[in-house]
Design a binder for this molecule. Sequence first.
Ligand code: PLP
Length: 384
Amino acid sequence: MAGFEIFSAHLDALDGESRRRKLSPIAGHDFASNDYLGLSRSADMRAILTDAVARDVPHGSGGSRLLRGNHAEHEALEEFAAEYYGNEAALYFASGYAANSALFSTLPQKSDIVLYDERIHASVHEGMRLSRAQGQSVQHNDVQAFSDAIAVYRGAGGLGRIWLAVESLYSMDGDRAPLPELAALARIHDAMLVIDEAHATGVFGEGGRGLSHALLDRENLVVLRTCGKALGAEGGLLCLPAILRDFMVNRARGFIFSTAPSPLMAALAHGAIRYVEANPQLTQRLHALVAHAELRLGRYCPDTRRGSQIFPVIIGDNDRTMNIANALQADGFDVRGIRPPTVAPGTARLRISISLNVDMDKVDALADRLDILLGNDATQGSHV
Ligand SMILES: Cc1ncc(COP(=O)(O)O)c(C=O)c1O
């Protein structure tokens, strides 16, 4: 169509770099989803939803939480989540992306600085774009680099609050942030520590409480827990001090000027947190499967990911990555290639995620195929 040349040129350029994305139907064995506990289609979760429907919980909220959209199910979820995760308060958003975007565009103030890990999720960048605070990327998982950045900010006369932003388990690398050291750094500098637990919620920590739950000092902590990954529902829960929740309710534009999430989803997310607690065998089974996958796939991944359900096989070249992913898909394994800008240039990879949607036989079958495709030439911890 005339006038759309700029868009087609952009797409052509993406094509030229093997970076053009396409939507495709779901097919093959699931090595791609974040449905780590297999709850997104479980009959028990469906029963939670059916029960909520039978209780006349509405499917539509009908408005913003500050107008007529504030349903008892939202409040029940938030009260329960705050208590369960050991935070003073919680605030529910329609997605983790919306929650992160609202958080970073609202809480850090003009004179503040946000020091974020260079591999932090796009939703944090989105919030930072809308934020009045200054933002600075810090070398991945490098506590000393965070400390140095604080020193530079204070040395230059920065008087505002310092916000440190990390993921507890990095979505594309499967490695963990050094949370105790970062918490200690935050304590020393009276900084806020923001931890994105999107990929750890429901998977790690007692009752799926995540990796940050071991941190005892919660006063300077804001934690994002998403409900659409291991919990098999939808939404994002910001768990934070009550005063900050109140501030978000008054100031977060993404909260104020948006229709509240479906009350049915709030009921489902609530039920899912309880369900994971009541069924510890789920996380045990997942960790057993991950341990098995470790034996077969671990050699293709960087050492730093040990123990997590995310197995990044770094190929480097975009084309080669997509060719291998396509070959695996043709064989019935849903493995996706991840390219820049989602990951750094030159680090295109297969992101293999292990979930209860597959079993040991499927993991073995995938590993056998991968051994052939990679020519069996991978050495432990190196890029292939
Ligand atoms: C680290 C991280 N944070 C936040 C999000 C956004 O959460 P949601 O998918 O619920 O929007 C994602 C989703 O991929 C994520 O990986």
